[in-house]
Every structure is written in C-alpha cells, then in structure tokens.
Design a binder for this molecule. Structure first.
Ligand code: SF4
Length: 371
C-alpha cells in the first residue's frame, strides 16, 4: 500500500522539559568510596535535593510501603547510589540494538504504562545509579573488536563495537542528578580503544544542553523515542512531550552527534496511519537543513510477556493499554521465553505503513531494524 503524503499539521509549541527531582537519595557505604558518587551528590544538591542519607552498609531499606501503590510511589521518588553488581560488569550481547549492553543505572523515574523494564527488573521500581562508573567504563576496552551483533551485520559493521546504555534505564531522564551519561560520552569520545566504538543511548527526555559541548568525537549516537500523541499522551507519564524530544534531536544533531529515532512502541491505536505520517513529517521539518546529518531509525512494535503484564497491571491497575494474549501472536525467544506480539497481518500492515512513511518523509534515515 502506498500512502499519499499529507502536510504535517502544525506542531504544538514545545513545552518545557521536566526534570525529575528525587525526594530522597540513599548512598550505600560501598558507593561512597567512588569519585563519581561525589559528582552525583553535587548534582543532587544543585537540583535542590535535601534528603540525602549516607548509609553505613550496603542495604537499601524503607522502600516498601503498606500497599503496592505506596511501595511504587516511594520507589519512584527515590534515587539510590550503589555499586554495580559484578554480574552487570560482564557485558551481554543485546540484539538487535548493539554488540554489548552497558549499564550506567537500573530503573527510571518515569511512569510508562508499557515500561520495558517491568519484565526484567525485580523488586520495587527504584532508580539505582552506579557510583563505580570509572570501573564500568574502564571495562569496555576488553570488549572492543569482539562484538557479535552489529559488528557481524554487513550494514552496521561500520559503527564499530557498539555499546547500548539504555537497556535498563533512561540515561537522559536522570542525567541532571547523575552526570553518568555525559561522563560516558566524554570517555567514549576521548579514550583510545584501539578500534572503532559507538556508545548508544535512547531517551524519552529532552534536557540536552549539558551534552552539547562534550568531546563526543562522533562516537555516541543519541536516539529519541517518538510516537504519536495517541501513544505518548496516554501511556508515557512523567516523560517529556514529543515536541521537545524532536527539538532536542535537532539540537544534538546540530552539535555533531549521530542521531536516531526510536519509534516505539508502535501501536495500531486510533487513526494510526495519519498519526505516524504526521509524526515523521514533524521530525523531517525539524531536521531540515542540518549539515552532515547522520540519522537512523529503529522500529519496535508493542509487545509484552506474562511477567511484564502482571507487573504493569499491579503498577497501573486502571491502564487502558491492550495486553490481551488472545489478541496477540505468541513468540518464543531465547531459552523459550514467551512474548506476545501483534498477529502477522497487523504486524505487516504496521511495518508497511511506517517504513514507507519513513522512506518518503526521511529518505536519508537508515532503518536499522524492525521488531
Ligand atoms: S522512560 Fe523507558 S524506562 Fe522509563 S518508565 Fe518509560 S519505558 Fe520505562
């Protein structure tokens, strides 16, 4: 099916970015020994956080409330500064995004009703940022030249060894109180790795001013998650509006970063054909005329697992997000894990429409994958 291009409707005036301020910051004893923890505390103080607790051990307590709802609210309003678990410093491949997953933090303060983390992180959804960032970044050298995902893909091998930093957090959403993303960008941009590398991060936030003057060396691809209002407005609580994300995308592209769109989660809701075309038209208008633009697109349809559905329904009991296994096709992933994805005909319809809109409205964008 081909789609006639319609002029994008006027974009609403961008709203201001939202900055999350944790009500409480807990710092474990082990984390207190690391220099990056001092930077996190400096940023928290500058942001106006006045409840900072330096723990005498490494146990985080006092997050559980008397109800599920209270536990959720307490966890989402707290930031823990911890050291990374040894297991997270042994990097795993993360298909289809990158050769390796590198974690700067686990957890996110936003309230997306389909949150990708719901099925993978256990316990109260508190954000834990890693104070031992220097060690985490020093560990990347050993993986350079050993990628098996993008490095072995003929279309993507030119990216070098790729490291994805947003699997378990939204690194820009907490950057103003952590500084971890800018430290990682600076490290990857200036360190001699002995081979080409790319750091990758994706976000639903837009406060990019602190990233613009970093020595990124063109080695970090910043991607912005976008979707139509029928998805973002209904399901992405506590994030920045799409208009500001698009503006941020254009701003970092002008600062020389390779950039990308994470079109996710793609859902066939409302008048989705018009909505996705309009969205991509707004992106094209924002990026027009940017010299040397290096733009990619990643397309991710909505999916859920039995575990993520259970967690999300406990966090958001009144959600109107469709998570009905009867309306989905069951897909088995690695090790037999069950995922509920759209049926083949719906998937084909979505794919045909969104990729043809991309080709027409953003012909310079390289589509990295559809899933
Ligand atoms: S921004 Fe990402 S990590 Fe944060 S709540 Fe939303 S989906 Fe989850």
């Amino acid at each position: 099916m081909t789609t006639a291009l319609s002029a994008p409707t006027a974009a609403p005036a961008p709203a201001r970015t939202r900055l999350w301020i944790p009500q409480r910051v807990l710092v474990t004893r082990s984390a207190q020994e690391h220099p990056h923890t001092a930077e996190i505390l400096r940023r928290c103080e500058a942001a106006g956080v006045d409840d900072v607790e330096l723990l005498r051990n490494d146990r985080i307590t006092g997050v559980r409330g008397e109800s599920e709802r209270e536990t959720y609210a307490r966890a989402k309003s707290a930031l823990a500064v911890v050291t990374s678990p040894a297991s997270s410093r042994l990097l795993d491949p993360i298909p289809p995004s990158a050769d390796w997953r590198v974690d700067l933090a686990r957890g996110c303060p936003a309230h997306c009703q389909y949150c990708y983390l719901a099925g993978s992180l256990s316990g109260p959804p508190m954000t834990r940022v890693y104070g031992d960032l220097e060690e985490i970044l020093a560990g990347l050298d050993a993986y350079v030249g050993h990628g098996t995902i993008t490095s072995t893909n003929a279309d993507r091998a030119g990216e070098g060894t790729t490291f994805e930093a947003s699997c378990y957090t939204d690194p820009l959403g907490i950057e103003h109180v952590t500084g971890s993303l800018s430290a990682a960008i600076r490290h990857v941009g200036t360190h001699d790795f002995g081979g080409p590398v790319q750091l990758r991060a994706t976000t639903k936030f837009a406060a990019v001013d602190g990233l613009l003057d970093l020595p990124h060396g063109g080695r970090t691809r910043l991607r912005f998650s976008v979707g139509p209002e029928s998805v973002v407005g209904r399901f992405e609580g506590g994030t920045d509006p799409v208009a500001t994300r698009i503006e941020a995308l254009a701003t970092v592209a002008r600062a020389g970063y390779p950039v990308g769109l994470t079109i996710a989660p793609i859902m066939p809701v409302g008048d989705w054909r018009t909505a996705y075309g309009d969205l991509l038209g707004r992106v094209a208008a924002a990026l027009e005329g940017i010299d040397g633009l290096d733009l990619t697109a990643e397309c991710i349809t909505h999916r859920f697992t039995p575990g993520s559905k259970e967690t999300l329904e406990s966090w958001y009991p009144r959600t109107r997000l469709e998570m009905d296994p009867e309306q989905r096709r069951t897909k088995r992933g690695r090790f037999g894990a069950v995922k509920h994805v759209y049926p083949d005909d719906v998937m084909a319809d979505l794919r045909e429409h969104v990729t043809s809109e991309l080709a027409e409205r953003l012909p310079g964008a390289r589509v990295l994958y559809w899933t």
